[in-house]
Design a protein around this ligand. Sequence first.
Ligand code: PRX
Length: 659
Amino acid sequence: MSEPNQPALENLLTEGRRFEPSPEFAAQANVQAGAYDAVGEDLAAYWAGRSRELLTWRTPFTQSLDWSDAPIARWFADGTINAAYNALDRHVEAGIGDRVALHFEGEPGDSRSITYAELRDEVARTANVLASLGVRTGDRVAIYLPLVPEAVVAMLACARLGAPHSVVFGGFSAEALHSRIEDAEAKVVITADGGFRRGKPFALKPAVDEALAKGAPSVEHVLVVRRTGQETAWTEGRDVWWHDVVPQASTEHEPAWVEAEHPLFILYTSGTTGKPKGILHTTGGYLTQVAATHRDVFDLKPATDVYWCTADIGWVTGHSYVVYGPLVNGATQVIYEGTPDTPHRGRWWEIVAKYGVTILYTAPTAIRTYMKWGEEIPAQHDLSSLRLLGSVGEPINPEAWVWYRRVIGGDRTPVVDTWWQTETGAIMISPLPGVTAAKPGSAQTPLPGISANVVDDDGQPVPAGGGGYLVVNQPWPAMLRGIWGDPERYADTYWSRFPGVYFAGDGAKKDEDGDIWVLGRVDDVMNVSGHRLSTTEIESALVSHDWVAEAAVVGASDDTTGQAVVAFVILRGGGPEGVTEAELVETLRQHVAKEIGPIAKPRQVLVVPELPKTRSGKIMRRLLRDIAENRTIGDATTLADSSVMDLIKSELSGGGSKD
Ligand code: PRX
């Protein structure tokens, strides 16, 4: 384990501002003071109560938690349930089928509002189509789509069949898609001809064709949504147009009533090795916690709120707080296909005004980008409908937090800084908006029903004012149930560092009041614009290029994206002939984009003669980070060769390669 990627944020703990909920907000809040005490000692009993309150079980469960086979948890195991039924049908049966479930805003300006009744029917039709393509309960389906309503429909159609979905972010490359399809042995891939981004159509289907050409014998069919109308290569017998089969399918469909522990989805995320981990989530516990947290943390009033989470469905935030949490709660929400700056930098705020968005959930990187663009942009739009703001994905610096509340929230809205992970499935640490006096930059308190703490190297809780590692002490309903196909890696990664407790991989501090400040990863995982990337994965991509002999990647702090990828490479045999350094750098950046996806493209590629290593051969990333962040080089006494840093510095002073 190396030291935290983020510099120690000592100055955070001197942040003294407090934002109490207004009396008006507190009075109407879903969760009132006393919520923490009301949980009692038996956390599993608390969650069983929440599950009965928030979900409709086909067969009610009688067992809450079985932890006898730890770290494999079984929640509500003797109950049966269906996720799509809970997200849709039961709302229609309860008479709210006319409520809008999704206000879809396409990037080119097209929009559609879809009610719960319509969405239920579309999901049932799609489930029938998937069944006719051979998908059975338990089969895996890969989804590679832009953020269009069909993405939500596809996920819920899988859930309706009890066929775990594996959503792959549309920005990932054919190579990344291939490895995910292969690992999950998906039977069907659902994709689109393309989508719209920054005012232009982009293609998706060619990446699916390329991925399948690499060999994916499990895949029998590709179901293709027509989004852009662009020319699309076709494999007869394998490929099926969505519009040829879904509209005419029957809306009669009996959901698969699955056991609570039936897999709901696999979602791949970066770990510390080159191979992404297929994080497995199951049904009953996951739905319980996403519904509970969505209601409590966002103070959701389903009949009146208009909720907007800006995440793509390719990430866990899109799974838990675009698809499952909001729909299980019967919320009305906005989904937007494009980027914040298309066709102009006020697009998000125009959308807030257009739909009267009341709750906004986004990432610090977006907030910092808007800060950079200037307050006059949001000021041109009516944001008075907003009553709560949320943040997720990376530490939010206090200045961005305060700006978000003042400029976007009109100095009146609570801001909830929510800490969680792909693995935790749902929010774990967050203020409660009607209860907590918020501290800018801190996620503060484990939610009722969650036991989390900051511990030292020996696993002992640190005292107030201390720092260490973030752990979760007791199982929670939405916890991952494993890594697809790799039970050992599951136990090793999360449960071996501190026996019996879950190690999150984050460093954290506890302030004098006992509030938690999450500082960032302590392993070789970076966080770029709230997206998780593995240093090792990018290093593997770089060394797969003929020119590169060795590579080391670090996450350097970046004012907008939180961290940025900086790569140090040693060239094979002094490098290619007749290629300028600028060309070389650009080729390697594009190579990473092709291997993993544009989000992984290094901000800088620095060509160096050597890498700093310890005597046991470990790369000292801390020293490379010092270079990447233009700092004085720190303690280098454990280097095997003490002259290496001088060598690197003198080479680099000859010219950097930042673009
Ligand atoms: O380092 C933490 C950071 O994001 C990591 C989880 O990334 P991912 O699985 O992609 O999920 C992101 C969306 C839930 C964590 O290990 N992180 C997430 N939320 C916060 C955060 N760091 C600080 N504060 C947060 N609120």
